[in-house]
Design a protein around this ligand. Structure first.
Ligand code: AMP
Length: 249
């Protein structure tokens, strides 16, 4: 079985985001970029499935600018076998990403696609769900445990009330949640080896997909700053403030 893992290049999660002065978006110039953290978890899970002997190949795919090759090389250094870069400088929305991923899936015929639950730049949480619908495959979202059986997978999902375990027929789309695993770091020798692993370059037009946006971004704003707190001298004063100022009691 082949596993397909989409990985997105996003602003590193440690970076303090700055909004462009004209409000047209987030400042990306000279900002550290990394693999979306949920996609690191997806790569790790795919590698573990392969290491258990339940998959034969892990293929990673990214849709983005030429620099997304670095993100793919990171995934290759973690242990993925092969990469596909679908190059575009356009800001690309989940529907177009899913259409491209569908075309890649049709070409690659994976038994499983492991997608991050959300990309931390736009927080859409849409791509995996749209992809499953376009392919007509079952989806198991927010996975915190993945077990592969013959022709089916058992997925434990993180839901509001606790954990839900479901069974899906393969091929399927799984989206990964934070507690699924701790992704490995790439070792230096593996980073060197990754430079020689195969990376295929494509364009959205090769798949007949238009990346024209359907949404119009009106404005981007910084969240309003938090007001300083106050120190109270007694429980009675706290209760009083909660009643009279916070309106919570
Ligand atoms: P989103 O729906 O944008 O929150 O993204 C959810 C997941 O879809 C991400 O964690 C990635 O696995 C995948 N994804 C989204 N955009 C891209 C992209 N440009 N290239 C590759 N994978 C992507």
């Amino acid at each position: 079985m082949k596993i397909l893992v989409p990985v997105k290049r996003v602003v590193d999660y440690n970076v303090k985001i700055r909004v462009k002065p004209d409000g047209s978006g987030v400042e990306l110039a000279n900002v550290k970029m990394s693999m979306n953290p949920f996609d690191e978890i997806s790569v790790e899970e795919a590698l573990r499935i392969k290491e258990r002997g339940e998959a034969t190949e892990v293929v990673v795919v990214s849709i983005g600018p030429a620099k997304a090759e670095e993100t793919l090389r990171t995934a290759l250094a973690m242990g993925a076998d092969r990469a596909v870069l679908v190059e575009t400088d356009d800001a690309i929305e989940p529907l177009a990403v899913a259409k491209i991923l569908k075309a890649v899936a049709e070409a690659e015929q994976p038994g499983l696609i492991v997608v991050g639950k959300q990309a931390i730049d736009d927080d859409s949480n849409q791509t995996g769900q749209i992809l499953a619908a376009l392919l007509g495959w079952p989806q198991a979202t927010f996975a915190s445990r993945v077990e592969i059986g013959s022709e089916k997978a058992t997925i434990t999902r993180e839901v509001d009330g606790g954990l839900q375990t479901i069974e899906v027929k393969l091929p399927a789309v799984v989206t990964t949640d934070l507690r699924l695993n701790d992704p490995r770091y790439a070792s230096l020798p593996n980073i060197m080896k990754a430079k020689k692993k195969p990376l295929d370059k494509k364009a959205p037009a090769d798949f007949g997909v238009s990346t024209e946006p359907r949404l119009k971004l009106l404005k981007t704003e910084e969240p309003s700053g938090r007001k300083a707190g106050v120190r109270v001298n007694s429980v009675a004063e706290l209760v009083d403030k909660l009643k009279t100022e916070a309106g919570v009691l």
